[in-house]
Design a protein around this ligand. Structure first.
Ligand SMILES: C[S@@+](CC[C@H](N)C(=O)[O-])C[C@H]1O[C@@H](n2cnc3c(N)ncnc32)[C@H](O)[C@@H]1O
Ligand code: SF4
Length: 323
C-alpha cells in the first residue's frame, strides 16, 4: 500500500474486539432483557463463560483494558464475592441444563488472585455449572512475579491454554510503557506450565508502541517465536488518552506515524509467516496444526470478545466487571 493511501484511510476506530464494538453498548439491554435471553436458551445449549478480573498490581501506561490498580487484596476479595453472586444468579436461569465448553478468565490480571482464590473460583464454576469433560479453559497471565503456588493452582484447576502477556521485550520500550519484563522470567513461567502438561500457549504482543521501531519489534518477535507459542496475538497499540488518562504518560511524539505503524504491522506479519505461522484475520497468527489455523483454512473461524476463536457455543456469558 502506498503512503498516500495509508494516510488517506488512517482513521482511529474502536479497538476491534467484538461487534458491535464497546461504544455501542447501551443501557437498553437491562436485567430484564438479559434474564429473558438466558431463559430462552435451549435445554441442550452449549455455553462459554468469561470471567473478568479487573485488577492489576502495577499500571502499564499503554493499557487499554478495564482494570484498576490495587496494592491491597481487599477490593479483589470483595469483587470475587460479587462475581460469585453473579454466577449464582446466572446459574438460576441456565441451571445445569446447558453444557459449558469454554471458560476464559481475562482482565486486568486474573493472576492477581491468590492461589487459594484461583482454586475457589474454578470450584465455584464446577459447582454452579455443568462443565464439559473436554472443557477448554484459558487464562490471561501476567508472568511478572508469578509464583509457583499460583502456577500449580491453575494447572490443577485444569487449565488447557495459557495466554501470556509479553507486549515488547526491548528494555527501552519497556521503560517507556512502564512494563519491565525479562525474557528469562517469561520463559520460566511458560516452561513451568508446560511441565504441568498445559499443552496450548498464546502470547500477546503489541506493535506501534513508543520508541518501538523495526529493530525492537523484530527482536521481540524473535524471542516470542523461540518460545514456540501455538498462537500469537499481535495487537496494534490503541492510543486513546481521552478515555484512558494514564496513556498521557506516553508522548505522542514517540509513537510511530501512520505509515511507519502500517509498515511495522506488515513487517511483523511477514516475519511471523516466514517463521511458520499462518496469518489469521487482522491480528492473530497460529501454527498450522493449531485449531485456529485449521478453522481458518476450513472457513469455520469465529470472532468473540477474546478475539478469533473456534468456539461454537450458543452463548458467551460474561459480566461487565467493575463500573
Ligand atoms: C488484559 S491484558 C492481558 C493480561 C495481563 N494483564 C497482561 O498484561 O499480561 C490483554 C492484552 O490486551 C493488549 N492490550 C492492552 N492494552 C492495549 C492497547 N492500548 N492497545 C492494544 N492492545 C492492548 C495487551 O497485548 C494485553 O496482553
Ligand atoms: S496490560 Fe495487563 S498488567 Fe498491564 S495494566 Fe493492563 S491489564 Fe494490567
Amino acid at each position: 500500500m502506498t503512503p498516500d493511501l495509508i494516510t488517506r484511510y488512517a482513521a482511529p476506530v474502536p479497538r476491534y474486539t467484538s461487534y458491535p464494538t464497546a461504544p455501542h453498548f447501551h443501557e437498553g439491554i437491562n436485567a430484564g432483557v438479559y434474564h429473558h435471553w438466558l431463559e430462552a436458551l435451549p435445554d441442550d445449549a452449549t455455553l462459554s463463560l468469561y470471567a473478568h478480573v479487573p485488577y492489576c498490581d502495577t499500571l502499564c501506561w499503554f493499557c487499554g483494558c478495564n482494570t484498576k490498580i490495587t496494592r491491597q487484596y481487599e477490593p479483589v476479595h470483595s469483587y470475587l464475592e460479587a462475581l460469585d453472586a453473579e454466577m449464582a444468579t446466572i446459574a438460576r436461569y441456565v441451571a445445569r441444563r446447558a453444557t459449558v465448553r469454554h471458560i476464559h478468565w481475562g482482565g486486568g490480571s486474573p493472576t492477581i488472585l491468590s492461589a487459594a482464590d484461583l482454586s475457589r473460583l474454578i470450584d465455584a464454576m464446577h459447582r454452579r455449572f455443568n462443565l464439559a469433560e473436554d472443557l477448554e479453559f484459558a487464562v490471561e497471565i501476567d508472568p511478572r512475579g508469578l509464583d509457583r503456588a499460583r502456577i500449580d493452582a491453575l494447572a490443577e484447576a485444569g487449565l488447557t491454554r495459557v495466554s501470556i502477556g509479553v507486549q515488547d521485550f526491548d528494555a527501552k520500550v519497556q521503560a517507556g510503557i512502564n512494563r519491565i519484563q525479562t525474557v528469562n522470567e517469561t520463559r520460566a513461567v511458560i516452561d513451568a506450565f508446560r511441565d504441568h502438561g498445559v499443552a496450548s500457549l498464546n502470547i500477546d504482543a503489541i506493535y506501534g508502541l513508543p520508541g518501538q521501531h523495526e529493530a525492537e519489534l523484530i527482536y521481540t518477535l524473535t524471542e516470542v517465536v523461540r518460545m514456540r507459542p501455538d498462537r500469537i496475538a499481535l495487537f496494534g497499540y490503541a492510543h486513546v488518552p481521552w478515555m484512558k488518562r494514564h496513556q498521557a504518560m506516553i508522548r505522542e511524539a514517540d509513537l510511530p506515524d501512520v505509515v511507519e505503524r502500517h509498515n511495522l504491522a506488515e513487517l511483523a506479519a511477514a516475519f511471523l509467516v516466514d517463521n511458520g505461522y499462518a496469518r489469521i484475520g487482522i491480528d492473530h497468527f497460529a501454527r498450522p496444526h493449531d485449531a485456529l489455523a485449521v478453522a481458518a483454512r476450513e472457513g469455520r473461524l469465529r470472532r468473540n470478545f477474546q478475539g478469533y476463536t473456534v468456539d461454537r457455543a450458543d452463548a458467551l456469558i460474561g459480566h461487565r466487571g467493575r463500573r
